[in-house]
Design a protein around this ligand. Structure first.
Ligand code: 13P
Ligand code: SF4
Length: 351
């Protein structure tokens, strides 16, 4: 059965990417870098602010979050951390949905981001009107959305999940005999469906970074490094997930890189994760999983173009000017909070 929900949003993502200007990591001098790091540290203290960074951001930003008592983590832990930390201002280095999640969970706090332009192809590929119409047409389904969505889409959902907890939540719902609408990532949806056997309708969205990984290329690389383990984020295509030694969220992949006995790893996720993997296992070797192949023109080869928009310069400026601030429609906040809080409560009960 083809259970993929047909939608027009894919064109929207393509169009957005065609107009995206490339943000290469800023080439700054060591002196300027040291100056910016010192400035960010000072401003974080002065403004009672905490830095929450995703594993896909630049090494310098991850190091700063660690050095200043902030957090570097997957999207579930980012949400949990911002919810529990007493700081008045939360600075989110990641993509827009992460900033919005922090704001929904902490409406009384100021939430800043280095840039609000940093979005996500999954979020873009799930416009609220189209999604709402689909949900309305299937009132007997439980609506589960990935955290990589807008506040408006979350407000239409019964549950929000991240990749860390998706299998557990869907298993829990399937045990209650629930039929599920899943959006937006079709690859993660298919993986969860396979793991749980749940009845699911999948929105036809995808991550432009993970979709590029190729099983053929990984198998070729395995011929050169036969002892390497393959680590795969479940936003990757099925053929890539099928050849993985470990499949999981970013934090689960970092854990696998520590616990598996292998000394070499082929990693199918954003290369920003190497910072933490290498820190945890300095003597192990990590390689990017091949993407579109030799000579391909790839806008997102193992590196999310939106995560790459977070830099020391715009982070310092955001703290200095208290802008750009993440704002979420006041009417949406209580509605989006319900499925988000459900996820956090569920995660707590699993600990
Ligand atoms: P994690 O929740 O695994 O960190 O994933 C977030 C994400 O955007 C992956 O592409
Ligand atoms: Fe979105 Fe993919 Fe970037 Fe993650 S890596 S933020 S899913 S576009």
């Amino acid at each position: 059965m083809n259970n993929l929900i047909d939608n027009a949003a894919k064109e929207l993502v393509k169009d957005y990417l065609d107009h995206l200007t490339s943000h290469d990591e800023a080439q700054i001098s060591p002196e300027r870098k040291a100056e910016l790091i010192a400035k960010i540290k000072r401003l974080l203290k002065e403004k009672d602010a905490v830095l929450v960074a995703h594993y896909y951001t630049h090494d310098d930003i991850q190091a700063l979050a660690e050095a200043t008592g902030g957090c570097v983590s997957d999207s579930l832990e980012m949400a949990r951390f911002s919810n529990q930390h007493p700081a008045k201002t939360v600075v989110v280095a990641g993509v827009k949905f992460m900033g919005e999640t922090a704001k929904i969970l902490n409406p009384e706090k100021r939430v800043l981001m280095p840039t609000l332009e940093a979005t996500c192809s999954l979020d873009l590929g799930c416009p609220v009107d189209e999604f709402t119409a689909f949900c309305d047409a299937h009132p007997d389904y439980t609506v589960v959305v990935y955290a990589n969505t807008s506040a408006a889409v979350k407000a239409r959902a019964d549950w929000v999940v991240t990749s860390s907890i998706a299998v557990d939540v869907i298993e829990h719902l399937a045990e209650q005999g629930k039929k599920i609408i899943w959006a937006p990532d079709k690859h993660l949806g298919r993986y969860v469906q396979k793991e749980t056997g749940a009845e699911m309708l999948l929105w036809d969205g995808s991550c432009i970074v993970h979709e590029e990984f190729k099983a053929r290329g990984i198998l070729d690389l395995k011929k050169v490094y036969p002892d390497a383990a393959v680590l795969v984020h479940p936003e990757s295509p099925e053929s890539v997930v099928d050849i993985a030694d470990a499949v999981g969220s970013t934090s689960q992949l970092i854990k696998a890189s520590q616990t598996l006995p292998n000394q070499q790893f082929i990693v199918a996720t954003d290369r920003g994760i190497f910072y933490k993997m290498q820190q945890a296992s300095p003597h192990k070797e990590f390689m990017e999983a091949p993407t579109a192949g030799k000579g391909a023109t790839c806008r997102s080869c193992a590196h999310c173009p939106w995560m790459a928009m977070n830099a020391l310069e715009n982070l310092a400026l955001a703290l200095e000017t208290d802008s750009p601030e993440v704002l979420v429609d006041a009417e949406l906040i209580p509605k989006a909070l319900i499925p988000l809080q459900r996820m956090l409560d569920f995660a707590k009960s699993k600990r």
